[in-house]
Write a protein that binds this ligand. Structure first.
Ligand SMILES: [Zn+2]
Ligand SMILES: [Zn+2]
Length: 231
């Protein structure tokens, strides 16, 4: 068990190294924030932090509590069809409300139709999903991020997403301008751990899947398989 305030400069998937990344970024003058805040911020140095909550809201909330203690913000993109959590259950609803109370932005981790072409028209489903997450979270949902884009039925154009009421989709050009991207997909950093880019670039876009950090010894292959089956 890691001590609450421990930090580690060693690049590994641990809460201690996560805390180190945040502290280094803040010390170097980066504004660590979520997407909605990124769009209105004029900070010269920004680290935009995106969380894809693929598997567990409980683990996401653990990471959020750490971030809140470190004084940073981020966006948590939440699924409506995850097999690991049900946003309509009382427990998960409380977790979502806690994320909001801690000051985090909640967005929709959008999945429509999956492979089988099930369900309604993708744009109708996007609008419906947004409304449902708004009811659950008790506040307006500004943005979405595609979950496993290859599985998402049809590509939802920018126009379609605007008609569905979204202010942004996390992959849109507004977020790409002079930005360096980092992602911890399948518990492997691409292209590298973002701590190595601090002081090297002014705008960093970091995608994090909370479970790799809160449960570093989890079975990556099992989770990867579940997600590839749309679960
Ligand atoms: Zn690192
Ligand atoms: Zn995802």
């Amino acid at each position: 068990m890691q001590a609450v305030n421990e930090e580690s400069a060693r690049c590994e998937f641990s809460l201690a190294h996560y805390r180190y990344i945040l502290r280094r970024a803040r010390a170097a003058g980066y504004h660590v924030c979520g997407h909605r805040e990124f769009l209105r911020s004029s900070a010269q140095r920004t680290l935009m932090l995106r969380h894809d909550v693929d598997v567990s809201l409980a683990e996401a909330l653990r990471l959020a509590r750490l971030e809140a203690r470190e004084g940073v913000q981020s966006t948590y993109f939440i699924r409506l069809r995850a097999s690991g959590y049900n946003v309509l259950s009382r427990l998960e609803l409380t977790r979502i409300r806690t994320l909001i109370d801690l000051g985090f932005e909640v967005g929709l981790h959008l999945e429509t139709g999956l492979r089988e072409g099930l369900f309604i028209d993708p744009s109708e489903e996007a609008a419906f999903s947004k409304q449902l997450l708004e009811i659950v979270s008790g506040q307006a949902v500004a943005g979405c991020a595609m979950h496993v884009p290859k599985q998402t039925h049809g590509s939802l154009s920018r126009d379609t997403l605007r008609k569905s009421g979204f202010l942004y989709e996390a992959g849109e050009p507004e977020f790409n301008h002079h930005v360096q991207f980092f992602s911890d997909s399948n518990q492997m950093w691409k292209p590298s751990c973002p701590c190595l880019a601090i002081d090297q670039a002014d705008r960093l876009y970091v995608t994090v899947h909370p479970i790799w950090w809160t449960r570093p010894r989890t079975n990556v292959e099992r989770i990867r398989r579940r997600l590839s089956q749309g679960l």
